[in-house]
Design a protein around this ligand. Structure first.
Ligand SMILES: Nc1nc2c(c(=O)[nH]1)N[C@H]1C(S)=C(S)[C@@H](COP(=O)(O)O)O[C@H]1N2
Ligand SMILES: [Mo]
Length: 384
């Protein structure tokens, strides 16, 4: 196989080691990371190391806030308005969730490629647009439902608005074809009550066994498993229980499905991620030898556990069940593999997944902001 991006070459802790996968970073004038793409496809295992996670900020990165100078306001349709500091939150019964996050713009160029052909985009070359915005992590915190219960939910509530303390003007990459761009907004989302009360929706202060870092939303961020990454609001300052679904830039204007010509009412807010199944090896353009070979990859879904992955080596005419590697968790991705007897010639490989709700690929049709691509991407290889 030709793709071996992880050859020898680094010293770690004083010892010779393999070359480690590197993220692609964009730094601000002070050299601080303002944006990062993850080399997720080069990793082993299920959890993305914290250093290698993708980082997206729709607005300007906020200044860090020391946990001692921070508290969370819980207000709105609750019996008791509360200010909770980190210690108060940590006295509540906690929860840990293992989750795949994906920015809804990832792989956007494949919408056009599958429709119209043209230059093939890459899912793996981090220097190309719309790559590397997927990561999996273990988040520890307290269920949002527990905090709302403490405050006492009033009848008639329909949403929980989660507001970050970052604010400003949406950057150019975060406007797409949106019809208006506000001058100064906070990053905020109004989570429908049912999702807010889901036991796996958590307020997290830790990631992968350590306190959350500033770039990932410290001191506290929301985690909404299964829903597109933009729901997991970072740098939380306020939770406001509401009787309505307010029109918010990042909810009814950006991060929406629709057609360019639709008027506002027909735009649908993006919620659950689709079903994703990506072949990691071999890769498009690879040449491999005949004989026993393995096709492998990752599959995940916003709709729950992956129940089935099928692989085709003849461009979609015949499909075989792949082996799903344990463990298979509800919100995490699964590794899958398929052994086959490769015969000389050109082959078009495809893979598709089905989740616990019976949803199969693709779930998300073309939409003008090109969000949540989950189509089946053919991979051409040469055996000989
Ligand atoms: N406060 C705040 N939360 C935010 C964002 C943001 O810009 N500000 N970006 C969202 C988007 S679009 C994504 S994809 C994820 C990225 O999370 P990460 O940077 O930890 O990977 O955070 C979401 N939460
Ligand atoms: Mo995103």
């Amino acid at each position: 196989m030709t793709s071996h991006p992880e050859l020898e070459g680094e010293w770690l802790m004083g010892w010779p080691d393999r070359k480690r996968a590197q993220p692609l970073q964009r730094n601000d004038a002070e050299g601080r990371v303002a944006y990062q793409r993850s080399p997720w496809a080069e990793l082993q295992g299920l959890i993305t190391p914290t250093d290698l996670r993708y980082v997206v900020a729709q607005l300007q990165m906020p200044d860090p806030v020391h946990p001692d100078d921070w508290s969370l306001t819980v207000e709105g349709e609750v019996e008791r308005t509360m200010q909770l500091d980190l210690d108060a939150l940590r006295r509540l019964p906690g929860r840990t969730v293992r989750v795949v996050h994906e920015c809804s713009g990832t792989d956007a160029d494949f919408f056009d490629y599958l429709r119209e052909g043209g230059d093939r985009p890459s899912q793996f070359d981090l220097t190309q647009p719309h790559t590397g915005q997927t990561s999996a992590g273990e988040f520890t915190g307290v269920p949002l439902a527990t905090v709302i219960e403490e405050a006492g939910l009033k009848p008639g509530a329909v949403s929980v608005l989660a507001r970050g303390f970052d604010h400003g003007t949406p950057g150019e990459f975060a406007t797409g074809a949106a019809r208006y761009v506000p001058e100064d907004v906070h990053f905020e989302k109004a989570l429908p009550l049912e999702q807010a009360l889901h036991p796996d929706t958590v307020l997290a202060w830790a990631l992968n066994g350590e306190y959350l870092r500033h770039v990932h939303g410290a001191p506290l961020r929301l985690i909404v498993p299964g829903w597109s990454g933009n729901w997991s609001v970072k740098w939380l300052e306020t939770l406001q229980v509401r009787r309505d679904m307010p029109p918010l830039y990042y909810q009814s204007e950006y991060f929406v499905y629709g057609d360019e010509d639709d008027d506002n009412d027909e735009r649908e807010m993006i919620t659950t991620m689709g079903v994703r199944c990506v072949i990691l090896a071999p890769r498009h353009g690879d040449a491999i030898s005949p004989g026993t070979q393995a096709i492998r990859g990752l599959a995940w879904s916003g709709g729950g556990r992956i129940e089935r992955v099928e692989v085709s080596v003849d461009g979609g005419e015949h499909w075989d069940d792949a082996h799903l590697e344990e463990p298979r968790e509800q919100w995490l991705w699964v590794r899958w593999s398929h052994r086959w007897q490769a015969e000389a010639g050109t082959h078009t490989l495809m893979a598709r997944a089905t989740d616990a709700q019976g949803r199969a690929q693709p779930q998300t049709p073309w939409n003008y902001l090109r969000k949540n691509f989950d189509g089946i991407v053919p991979v051409e290889i040469e055996v000989g």
